[in-house]
Design a protein. Structure first.
Length: 365
C-alpha cells in the first residue's frame, strides 16, 4: 500500500523555527523519522508564506528559500528520502522504499503576477500550485474573500491572467490545487482545465460548514473532473461543534483574542506554541475523535464513489488535531478505522494513495 499525503507544513512550522527535521522532535506534528514511522511514502511539502512576505524581496524569494531548505533536508537524509519532480520519478522512488518528497507551492501570490516565476518554480520541481491561500491574488479570488469580503473584491473568480496561469499549468503538467480557492474560482477552473485537479487539504462542508471546506455540488463537480479531495485533519474542518467554539474563542472580529494573546510573546515560536496550548486547553472537550476523519471519507465515497478521496492532513499547519491523532506516527489509525468500517483492501489503497497517483499521472506530460 502506498500512503500519499498531499499537504504538510513542516518547512514553515519546524524548519523555519530552526529545528532539524532529520531528528525525531518533541515539538510539532511531523519530522522525517515520524513521517517514515507513520508509513508515509509520498509527502507533498508546502512552500508557503502568508499575506506578508518574510523577505524584503518578496514572496518569490520566500518560495526559493523554502525549496532550498527542502533540498538541504533531503541531502541530509539521502538514504531515507528523495525529491521527485515528475510522475515517473515518484513511481521509481517508491520501489526503492524511500520517502518521496514533492513540492507544493501554496498561494498564487508566490508567483508575483509573473509567468516567468511560475516557470522557474516549475523548473525547481513544483508539482502543484494552490491558486490562492486565504488571500486572493489579482487573478483568482479565495474562499475567505468570496465568503467574508465579497464587497471589497476587485473581481470574483479568474481574470484573464488567471486563465493563462491555468492553461500554462495544464501545459507543464503542474497540478492545480483548489484548496483555499473561492467557489467562483473553483468553477472557473473546472470549466477551463483539461486535466484533473486536486484539493490538497480540504474537508466536507456538510459535516463542518467552514469556507475552507467543499460543498456537495463542488464534490460532484470534482468527481466529474476526475480529480481528488484530500481530507484535512484540522479539528475545525472536521467538526462543526469545534469550529463554532473556536470562532467564539477568537472573539467578535475573528482574531481579537489570538492577536492579543500572541502580542504577549516576542518570539514567533512562542506565539505559535502558546496559542496552540491555549486552543487545546480551552477547547479540549470539543475536539472530535480521529474517527471523524473517516466520516468525511465516508461522506465523499457515498456521494460520488471511491475514486475521488485522499489524505491531506495539514500536519504542522493546524493548531488542533483530533483526539487520538497526535502526530505523523498515527496515520495507521486511519487505515484501521477504514478496515473497521468495512472498506476492502483495494478501496483503502485508493484512498491512501492510488487516487492521488492517478491525478498525478493524468497531469504528467
Ligand atoms: Zn492551507
Amino acid at each position: 500500500m502506498v500512503l500519499a499525503d498531499t499537504h504538510n507544513d513542516l518547512l514553515t512550522s519546524q524548519t523555519l523555527e530552526g529545528r532539524d527535521v532529520s531528528e525525531r522532535l518533541s515539538e510539532g506534528h511531523s519530522d522525517i523519522p515520524r513521517l517514515m514511522e507513520g508509513g508515509v511514502d509520498i509527502q507533498f511539502f508546502s512552500v508557503w508564506t502568508g499575506e506578508k512576505p518574510r523577505n524584503t524581496e518578496g514572496f518569490f524569494k520566500d518560495a526559493m528559500q523554502q525549496i532550498d531548505s527542502l533540498e538541504f533536508i533531503t541531502l541530509r537524509n539521502v538514504t531515507k528520502m528523495s525529491l521527485a519532480s515528475n510522475y515517473r520519478q515518484v513511481k521509481s522512488l517508491i520501489r526503492q522504499d524511500k520517502l518521496v518528497g514533492l513540492i507544493g507551492v501554496e498561494g498564487g501570490h508566490m508567483i508575483e503576477d509573473d509567468m516567468e516565476k511560475l516557470e522557474i518554480l516549475y523548473q525547481r520541481g513544483m508539482m502543484y500550485l494552490t491558486l490562492t491561500h486565504n488571500n486572493s491574488t489579482s487573478w483568482a479570488s479565495s474562499a475567505r474573500d468570496e465568503t467574508l469580503h465579497a464587497e471589497t473584491l476587485s473581481h470574483k473568480g479568474l481574470n484573464d491572467f488567471g486563465r493563462q496561469v491555468v492553461k500554462r499549468m495544464n501545459e507543464r503538467g503542474i497540478m492545480i490545487d483548489l484548496s483555499h480557492a473561492g467557489e467562483q474560482t473553483f468553477y472557473d477552473v473546472l470549466g477551463l482545465t483539461t486535466k484533473p485537479v486536486i484539493l490538497s487539504h480540504s474537508s466536507v462542508y456538510s459535516l463542518s460548514p467552514h469556507f475552507r471546506n467543499v460543498n456537495d455540488d463542488q464534490i460532484r463537480a470534482l468527481a466529474r473532473n476526475n480529480g481528488v479531495i484530500c481530507i484535512n485533519f484540522y479539528s475545525a474542518f472536521l467538526s462543526e461543534e469545534f469550529n463554532t467554539e473556536y470562532e467564539k474563542l477568537l472573539g467578535p472580529d475573528g482574531q481579537t483574542k489570538k492577536d492579543s494573546l500572541q502580542g504577549l510573546y516576542a518570539d514567533r515560536k512562542d506565539k505559535i506554541k502558546y496559542w496552540e496550548q491555549y486552543v487545546t486547553g480551552m477547547l479540549e472537550r470539543y475536539r472530535p475523535s480521529y474517527t471523524r476523519i473517516a466520516d468525511h471519507i465516508d461522506y465523499i465515497v457515498k456521494m460520488v464513489g471511491i475514486d475521488y478521496v485522499g489524505i491531506g492532513a495539514d500536519l504542522d499547519g493546524v493548531d488542533s488535531l483530533p483526539v487520538g491523532f497526535d502526530d505523523a506516527t498515527d496515520y495507521p489509525l486511519i487505515t484501521q478505522e477504514l478496515i473497521k468500517r468495512g472498506y476492502s483492501t483495494s478501496d483503502i489503497k485508493k484512498i491512501s494513495g492510488k487516487n492521488v497517483l492517478r491525478v498525478l499521472k493524468a497531469n504528467a506530460r
